[in-house]
Design a binder for this molecule. Structure first.
Ligand code: PGA
Length: 248
């Protein structure tokens, strides 16, 4: 299993101001100097994208948190793939559980968004994972299989290849990350269903922080982390970078 590179994706969700962004960029730059095999990326709210692009070093990637399948049009409140590209994004989160929950995004819509991202040269980071009740009911693998089956077409379209982020809903924002064995089991299942299991980066997300990142990255199936809450405080995210770098 290739461990290269280790991804650290910061998902700011609907948080962050321009002054916070400046502090974050400074801390991340200090933690990132020199060659390494850790690829960091920031997914801020849309209004901060262009400021982030002008402040960030080129080796820190920029990502959107969502996109629309149309290029332009009367879709108030939406953002298109070409707008993300123009702002300097190289990847985009697709199908985050908060969008599945609050915007009722379906597996089919998520697949269409991932394909749209690829058509514009953006890497879709396809988020999937089961809820607490689905896990309790023994449906984890059935849920993951449905979510994966919907996006398998994206693995045949060509470059850029999608990434997968396994994010059990019950672990997101709860301070209670999945255990190593739960993550390993889910990641193994996910890889078995991928057309290019060895070539696909599969991340974990859900209450990742500086106390559990080292153990997470020790798992051979895991290619990095999608980080929410712990990505906001500059010093905390800088620590995550240092922990990941120390493993490489
Ligand atoms: P969390 O969020 O790290 O705050 O649990 C992760 C995510 O939603 O991507």
């Amino acid at each position: 299993m290739t461990k290269s590179p280790t991804w650290l994706l910061a998902n700011w969700k609907m948080h962050g101001t321009a002054p916070q962004l400046r502090d974050w960029v400074t801390a991340v730059a200090a933690a990132s100097t020199g060659d390494n095999n850790v690829q960091t990326a920031l997914c801020p709210p849309f209004p901060l994208l262009t400021a982030a692009k002008s402040l960030l070093a080129d080796d820190v990637w920029l990502g959107g948190q969502n996109l629309h399948t149309n290029t332009e049009g009367a879709f108030t409140g939406e953002v298109s793939a070409n707008m993300l590209c123009e702002a300097g994004c190289r990847l985009v989160l697709v199908g985050h559980s908060e969008r599945r929950q609050y915007q009722h995004e379906t597996n089919e819509e998520i697949a269409a968004k991932a394909a749209t991202a690829q058509q514009h040269g953006l890497i879709p980071v396809i988020c999937l994972g089961e809820t607490a009740s689905e896990r309790t009911a023994g449906q984890t693998e059935a849920v993951l299989e449905r979510q994966l089956d919907a996006v398998l077409g994206c693995f045949h379209v060509g470059e850029p290849a999608p990434m997968i982020a396994y994010e059990p809903v019950w672990a997101i924002g709860t301070g209670c990350a999945a255990s190593s064995s739960e993550i390993e089991t889910a990641h193994r299942f996910i890889r078995q269903h991928l057309p290019e299991p060895e070539q696909t980066s599969v991340l974990y997300g859900g209450s990742v922080n500086r106390d559990n990142l080292n153990e997470l990255l020790a798992l051979p199936q895991v290619n990095g982390a999608l980080v929410g809450s712990a990505s906001l405080p500059p010093a905390h995210f800088a620590d995550l970078i240092k922990i990941a770098r120390a493993r490489n």
